[in-house]
Write a protein that binds this ligand. Structure first.
Ligand SMILES: Nc1ncnc2c1ncn2[C@@H]1O[C@H](COP(=O)(O)OP(=O)(O)OP(=O)(O)O)[C@@H](O)[C@H]1O
Ligand SMILES: [Mg+2]
Length: 336
């Protein structure tokens, strides 16, 4: 591993939601504050929207573990591709309602309401959080709406949070789901990071891992990482980690833009800003992201690797011999 070579105490770019590595931009703070407020104040429905890899799940965990939500008991659904029967079964078991509730919706709703009212009498808030909510079927979204209807004369019994990719926003605009949309009390969005924010994200992770940014990446390398990750934190971490592996194999410190270019070529990550991302970035943020295809950036002395030999034993750099690992990362990025 490259840790001692780069003077690091631990890996800086692990793909986990480790709270020690949390990085906040103003939009992250605002989204976190909305999530905490929605949960702790029993708002009917809070929605968090963001492209894949922008940090929705990470932020949900941060909100659920926050001081403000300490008194909130949460049921978290992270696999919304459930059938209606599985959904009911999951709720019944998570709310400890017993086997009877698993058999019919009427018993489930009755059992659930009793439990929620009892908890509320004790001053406890229970919330339902659905991650990857863009994958919920309309049928399940309708079930979720019915759950959001349970209330006392003064407050909602089961505050809901839906987090999902931009398709979720589209789904909420469907006429069929207008009643659910009307229940949205708070809505927050995570846009990709600007160049300055990507640089700060990289530095923050390196510092937390005990390292110094200037020892790991040149300024040009960071600019190129932003260009090819389009400001998506998950992609940024994958490029950084692989660039460090590659740089270590070449005994190169700090990592240069040529090394980053090699990694992006291997992962088929193109530079420039895709129009789909731009649609979700406010104008002033979009203008600070750099553009330009890989070719335009110029490999400066580095021969492109042939498609037939993207690494492996014949790779002099030896950075990508683990084809399995590469395939795993590509699929995590949704590229293969
Ligand atoms: N604010 C952040 N601070 C630190 N790391 C982050 C942050 N946002 C994202 N990351 C990193 O990016 C990875 C992907 O983030 P996360 O899983 O939260 O994205 P997501 O928006 O839920 O994506 P998906 O839509 O694919 O589920 C995390 O595991 C984490 O390593
Ligand atoms: Mg997620």
């Amino acid at each position: 591993m490259y840790l001692s070579f780069y003077g690091l105490g631990e890996p800086p770019f692990e793909l986990t939601s480790n709270p020690r590595f949390l990085f906040f931009t103003p939009q992250h703070r605002e989204a976190l504050s909305n999530l905490e407020y929605g949960l702790s104040s029993s708002k009917a429905l809070t929605v968090l929207i963001g492209e894949a890899g922008t940090g929705k799940t990470t932020l949900l965990h941060a909100a659920l573990e926050s001081e403000r939500c300490r008194g909130v008991r949460t049921v978290l659904l992270s696999n919304p591709r459930l059938t209606r029967a599985e959904f009911i079964e999951t709720l019944a078991s998570q709310f400890e309602l017993g086997a009877r509730a698993e058999q019919s919706k009427a018993s489930l709703l009755e059992g659930l309401e009793t439990v929620l009212r009892e908890r509320r009498r004790r001053g406890e808030i229970t919330a339902l959080v659905v991650d990857e909510a863009q994958s919920l079927s309309n049928e399940l979204l309708e079930e979720v709406r019915l759950l959001a209807n349970m209330e006392t004369p003064t407050e909602k019994l089961l505050p809901l949070v839906l987090a999902g990719q931009p398709e979720l926003a589209g789904r909420l605009n469907e006429p069929e789901l207008r009643q659910l949309k009307q229940r949205v009390a708070l809505r927050c969005q995570l846009a990709p990071l600007t160049l300055q924010e990507t640089a700060a994200y990289i530095s923050s992770r390196i510092r937390t891992a005990g390292g110094e940014t200037t020892r790991l990446f040149t300024r040009e390398a960071v600019t190129l990482i932003h260009d090819h990750s389009h400001g998506i934190p998950r992609t940024t971490s994958v490029i950084c980690d692989n660039a460090l592996v590659h740089g270590f194999a070449l005994s190169k410190q700090p990592v240069t833009r040529e090394i980053v270019l090699d990694v992006c070529r291997d992962f088929d990550l193109r530079g420039g800003v895709p129009t789909s991302s731009l649609e979700n970035i406010p104008a002033e943020r979009a203008s600070s992201t750099s553009a330009g295809p890989v070719g335009a950036a110029g490999p400066e002395g580095h021969e492109p690797r042939s498609a037939a030999s993207p690494g492996g034993a014949s790779d002099p750099a030896g950075g990508f011999e683990k084809a399995e690992n590469r395939a795993r990362v590509l699929s995590m990025l949704g590229l293969r």
